[in-house]
Design a protein around this ligand. Sequence first.
Ligand code: ADP
Ligand code: MG
Ligand code: MG
Length: 476
Amino acid sequence: MAQGIPDEVMMNAALIRELADVAKDAALVHGILMRIQETPNSSELVTYAPFTLFPTPVPRSLFLQALAVQTHYNTLVDRVCQDVDFLQDALASTIAVDDFTARLFRIHQQVLKEGRSQSVTLGLNRSDYMLDQGEDGTPSLKQIEINTFAASFGGLSSRTPDVHRHVLKAAGRLEESQRVLDNNPAAGLARAIATAWELYGSDRAVVMFLVEETQRNIFDQRYIEYELWKRNIHTIRRRFDDVYKTGSLDQDKRLFVDGKEVAVVYFRNGYMPQNYTSEQTWEARLMMERSLAAKCPDISTHLAGTKKVQQVLARPGVLERFFPGQPEVVEQVRATFAGLYTLDMGAEGDKTVEMALASPDRFVLKPQREGGGNNIYGSEICQVLEGVKHSSERTAYILMDKIRPAPVQNYLLRRDAPLRISNCLSELGVFGVYVRKGESMVMNECVGHLLRTKSSEHEDGGVAAGVAVLDNPLLV
Ligand code: ADP
Ligand code: MG
Ligand code: MG
C-alpha cells in the first residue's frame, strides 16, 4: 500500500534543513504569499504563508467521500437559508442570549418584511472535516463545521501543490510527488461569482470584495479577483466604512458604491462582532442586504452557517425535512456528522450539561463565533458550564463530540519559527459553490479542497489565527 514520507527523509536533519530552504523559495516563487504582521496593509514587505514541509497522508476513500458529499451540503445550505420557519425555530433560544446572532437575525427579519429584492443567490462554502480515529483505529470522516462566510485559502491552496511536489522531488521521492493532487478552488470560486454577475445582467456593474481593516491575507483574495478580471469583470475592494460613506440604493434598490453599480458583494469581512466597529458598520451591512446585488453570503445564508443550525440539523428527522424522498442523500450527509448536543433549557439540555461535566475531555463547547480561537476545551468547559448551567445563557453554546485524528509528524514552516518536528493534526476543507436564480439552481459544484495542519498542542485555531498552516493531502 502507498505510504507517507519515510523516516529516512523525516529524520535526516541535514536534508530537512536543506529542504526547508528549497520549500520557502518555491513558496515565494509560486506566490504563496502573505503580508507581514508589522505592515498588514502594505505589499512592500511580504513573506510566505505558513505551510508544512511535506504533504500529509490522507486515505483516498475518505478524501473522495468528502468531495462526493459536497454538492449535497450546498443544497442543504441553500434549502435551510430559504426556510424561514426553520431558521426562526432553530435560532430562537440562541438569539435570546447572543447579541451578535440576534442583531444578524434582526437584519434577516427586516429584509424579509420588505421582501427580498435580490433574485440571484450565490453560495461559496467550505465544509471542514477531521478524520476521527475510531475505537478500532479505523478513521472516519467527521464534519467540524461548514463555513458559509468568507471561507479563505481557496486562492493560496491553488498554488501549494507545486511546492510540495517540488520538495518531494528534491528529496528524491518522485513517486510520492505524483500523489499530490492538482487543486484550483480559486478558479471555481471565481466561476461562481462570474455566473452570479452575469445573471445580474449589467455589463457596467462591478464585483465588490468587502474587505477587512487589516489585510494580511490579501493575496489569497487576489487570485479570485484576477480570475474575474480575466473574464473582463471589474472588481473593487472596499471596507464597511467606504460603503457607509459612498454607498446608496436607487429607487430599484440597485446598490451603488463610489458611483459604481455593484452586481455582487463578496464578504471577506463581517463574520465577527469585532468587525462591526460602529453603528455605521451595521447600517452599511443592512444597506447591502436590502439591495438587489447578489451577496455572498446573504443574511439568511450567514445564519444558516451558525453552529446552532449545525446542531439542530443533526437532530433526528431534521435532514429528512430538507431531503424529502432522498434517504440515500440523508444517509450520505448524516454519515459525516459528529455527535452534536443542545444546551437549550429543559431536560435534554440538562443531560448535555451533566454529560459534559462528567467527561469534559470528550467534548468541545462552542459559542456562535467564527475565525478560530473561540471554542472551549477540557477543564475550562467545566468552569464555563458551572457558571451558566442554571441560566438561559447556556443556550449561546452548543456541545460537540471531540474528534480525535491520529497525529502525524511534520515540520511547520513559519517565519521566525525554529525548524523542528511536530506532532500534527490536520483538517480537510472542501470548497462548494452554487448559484440559484429564483427557483432554479444554475450551478452546484465541488471546486477543490484545502488541507490545514496544526501542532497537536493547539486545540483550536486556523491559519489566520496563526496556529494552522497550509498543507496538501498525499493520497494513500
Ligand atoms: P471556527 O468557525 O472558529 O473555525 P471551528 O468549529 O472550525 O470554528 O473550530 C475551530 C477549530 O477548533 C477547528 O479548526 C479545530 O481545530 C478545532 N475543533 C473544532 N471542533 C472540533 C471537534 N469537534 N473536535 C476536535 N477539534 C475541533
Ligand atoms: Mg467557521
Ligand atoms: Mg473552522
